[in-house]
Design a protein around this ligand. Structure first.
Ligand SMILES: *Cc1c(COP(=O)(O)O)cnc(C)c1O
Length: 247
């Protein structure tokens, strides 16, 4: 087996165990149980065999950004009970391809998209867990709801019988200084409390998906229940030329 090495010459499995242990220790620093944070393996551009190495090491959650890539790789995954969340920008005309393959759509960034997920999941008689994607740094170039839009969006989702709102997701500002990123994570935690309180009958609004390769430990300390890690686990991504335009 020609094993490709992850950063610092670790195998994917070793890198996964190290990242999980760091995230768990950070959660403990933040006053939570080690098991309160799950490390998601973000698989974009990564060959399925290497994704399977992460699963073999104990990774229970995969994150997919692109519909076509998910469809191409799906049959090659050896999931062993691991779940797949969709985390990329999702066009409404592609929702129908993924509803039977993912257990959560973390990147709900419009009520139009929510309506289409409802339509497709009604057909499948499936209830889909969803997160609202928040544009916490209010960047023009990023999709997602603003802070002011979160409560109305949560109320909108509550109208859909086949959607179950579980929490919030953000990309944040991975390029910002540490203090600024920490402030965004804190804001996210407060927003989650806001929507959970409004939905006092629904105790299952408790997921906060935030933190990536550069800041998963900070995010875990600040309350993330899912950290989404790509490069720190698999190494730098190698994009095909044809893919670069639609990043
Ligand atoms: C690519 C990606 C990640 C992981 O980014 P890394 O910097 O490789 O850890 C996390 N979340 C989303 C939505 C992504 O697209």
């Amino acid at each position: 087996m020609s094993e490709k090495l992850s950063p610092e010459h670790m195998s994917v499995g070793e890198a996964f165990l190290r990242i999980r242990s760091e995230a768990e220790q950070a959660a403990v620093l933040g006053g939570r149980e080690p098991g309160s944070v799950t490390v998601m393996a973000v698989t974009k551009t990564v060959a399925p065999e290497r994704v399977n190495e992460a699963v073999a090491a104990g990774c229970v959650l995969l994150g997919e950004n692109r519909v076509q890539e998910l469809l191409d790789k799906y049959e090659s995954y050896d999931l062993r009970g691991a779940e797949i969340h969709f985390i990329g920008h999702l066009q409404t005309n592609k929702v129908k391809y993924i509803c039977d393959k993912v257990t959560m759509i973390e990147s709900v960034d419009s009520l139009k998209l929510a309506a289409e997920i409802e339509r497709q999941c009604a057909k499948l008689q499936k209830t889909m867990d969803v997160l609202l994607e928040i544009n916490i740094a209010e960047e023009e170039s990023k999709s997602g709801f603003s802070e002011e839009e979160v409560i109305p969006a949560a109320e909108g989702i509550a109208e859909y019988p086949h959607l179950r709102l579980r929490g919030l997701m953000t990309i944040g500002r991975p390029d910002a200084a540490e203090e600024e990123r920490t402030a965004y994570f804190t804001k996210m935690r407060k927003l989650l409390v806001d929507i959970a309180v409004k939905n006092s009958h629904n105790i299952s609004i408790n997921i906060l998906s935030m933190g990536m390769s550069g800041d998963y430990a900070i995010a875990a300390r600040e309350g993330a229940t899912i950290v989404r890690v790509g490069r720190a686990l698999f190494g730098e991504r190698e994009y095909k030329k044809s893919e670069i335009q639609d990043l």
